[in-house]
Design a protein around this ligand. Structure first.
Ligand code: NDP
Ligand code: 2IT
Length: 445
């Protein structure tokens, strides 16, 4: 469709040197073309031209003092992409690779993901090129305080509600919240992923991983199968990966791998709950490298490699963008992998997505499969508004229900557009139509 290429041309011209943003926009726009074809009102209202442009983007200096007394300077951002269906909502990423391209791709994906959750949340993302690795707790605290000293004027419980992402977990959310409360002089649900005893929701730490497994179960149900006894590979060893492994163990699957940015471990006996607890302590408390698992448990460690060469039936990428290349996808398929559920955002490179779709494996794209994290963030917002926490079972039930609904919606939409089983098209169109209709209702803004 000419319009799609025309808009992609504008995006690439207006955002030079932003390959991740262009990749995310290209994937979404090309797959929603049939929906745009059907809707002259979308074309007349220039929905595509507007949806690719952030409503607002803030970039700011984050100065802080390290333990040696030296002044350090990082760059902070918040991308407020779309607020048609609710306040901006999305995580903060602290990682040395963070730049405008990465945050805009994440914010763009978030718009459609949040729409799929059925909850009233717009899309945003933020972060900084700060590397928490090797920093003391005090350094992380001073950084977070400085970051929030600027961010606080741009966020609020009805405006923009950040949460965690890579490099931002419970510790960072605590420091950020403390500084917000001090500056705004109010105790309010401005962040999600808070600790339980000061406004957090049960199941939020687990939600991304549990959700990605629930989504895989929904995909398998369409073939009257389940995860029991399935051989799985997982990448990453952070929040998303840990609770993916935990839920896979609960449903009787066997997980062979986990990784970090240095390499992966392969445990042929499976990463049991006991071994996973050890990893959680290693990663969340001692903050060390996954390699130590191999030394401790006598497993294999592959330096500088990703886990996709290990034969599996189900793959759960839980680390970062573009971590499954075309060559990795071919290896996975050759080895018999037929389920891919993305807990990470955009972990599969375009050439690999094409291979998965052509092979007609059960492929759950991130904006559907990892929506459980932000969905429970939405439930945390509801509980904060009511000032009433819900029990664990209630939140878990709602998470499961939301993942089932997302799968059904993506699956039905794919069928409606004559692409049964193609959850890329299904999720993108279903997420898009709700936001586009809201934009139409609200006029040219
Ligand atoms: P964490 O910081 O808790 O963990 C990130 C993990 O990924 C670590 O094991 C890290 O290794 C690894 N990793 C990060 N960058 C790279 C890289 N460039 N190459 C190889 N490995 C890397 O983050 P999360 O678990 O929260 O996030 C993981 C993914 O899940 C991200 O894509 C995120 O956007 C997505 N996600 C997270 C949600 C959440 O609620 N937290 C919700 C939805 C999606 P190392 O320690 O060596 O850096
Ligand atoms: O990518 C994501 O959906 C997240 N990092 C979680 C966002 C949130 O607001 O909970």
């Amino acid at each position: 469709m000419d319009l799609i290429q025309e808009v992609l041309g504008i995006v690439s011209k207006r955002n030079p040197n932003e390959p991740e943003f262009l990749q995310a926009v290209t994937e979404v726009l090309e797959s929603i073309a049939p929906a745009v074809q059907r809707r002259k009102d979308y074309r007349d209202a220039k929905i595509l031209e507007r949806i690719v442009e952030p409503e607002r983007m803030i970039q700011f200096r984050v100065p802080w003092i390290d333990d040696a007394g030296q002044v350090q300077v990082n760059r902070g951002y918040r991308v407020q992409m779309n607020s048609a269906i609710g306040p901006y909502k999305g995580g903060l990423r602290f990682h040395p690779t963070v730049n405008a391209s990465i945050l805009k791709f994440l914010a763009f994906e978030q718009v459609f993901k949040n729409s799929l959750t059925t909850l009233p949340m717009g899309g945003g993302k933020g972060g900084a090129d700060f590397d928490p690795k090797g920093k003391s707790d005090n350094e992380v605290m001073r950084f977070c305080q400085s970051f929030m000293t600027e961010l606080f004027r741009h966020v609020g419980p009805n405006t923009d509600v950040p949460a965690g992402d890579i490099g931002v977990g419970g510790r960072e959310i605590g420091y950020l919240f403390g500084q917000y409360k001090r500056l705004a002089n109010e105790f309010t649900g401005v962040l999600t992923g808070k600790s339980l005893n000061w406004g957090g929701s049960l199941i939020r730490p687990q939600a991304t991983g549990y959700g990605a497994v629930y989504f895989a179960e929904e995909m398998l149900k369409t073939r009257r199968e389940n995860l029991e006894g399935r051989i799985c590979t997982v990448s990453g060893s952070g929040n998303a990966a840990q609770y993916t492994v935990s839920k896979l163990n609960q449903v009787g699957a066997k997980v062979l791998t986990m990784s970090d940015s240095n390499g992966f471990i392969y445990d042929k006996d499976g990463i049991t709950d006991e071994k996973l607890s050890w990893i959680m302590d290693l990663k969340n408390v001692r903050r060390r490298r996954i390699k130590e698992y191999a030394d401790h448990f006598g497993a294999t460690y592959m330096d500088g490699q990703r886990p996709w060469s290990v034969p599996c039936e189900c793959a759960f990428p839980c680390a970062t963008q573009n971590e499954i290349s075309g060559a990795d996808a071919k290896t996975l398929l050759d080895n018999g992998c037929y389920v891919v559920s993305e807990a990470a955002n955009m972990p599969t490179a375009p050439a690999a997505v094409d291979l998965f779709l052509a092979a007609k494996v059960l492929y759950g794209p991130g904006k559907a499969a990892n929506a459980g994290g932000v969905a429970v963030s939405g439930l945390e917002m509801s509980q904060n508004s009511m000032r009433l926490p819900w029990p664990r079972d209630e939140v878990d039930q709602r998470l499961r229900q939301i993942m089932t609904t997302i799968h059904k919606n993506a699956s039905n939409t794919a069928a409606e557009y004559d692409q049964p089983g193609n959850l890329v098209i299904g999720a993108n169109i279903a997420g898009f139509v709700k936001v586009a209709d809201a934009m139409l209702d609200q006029g040219v803004v």
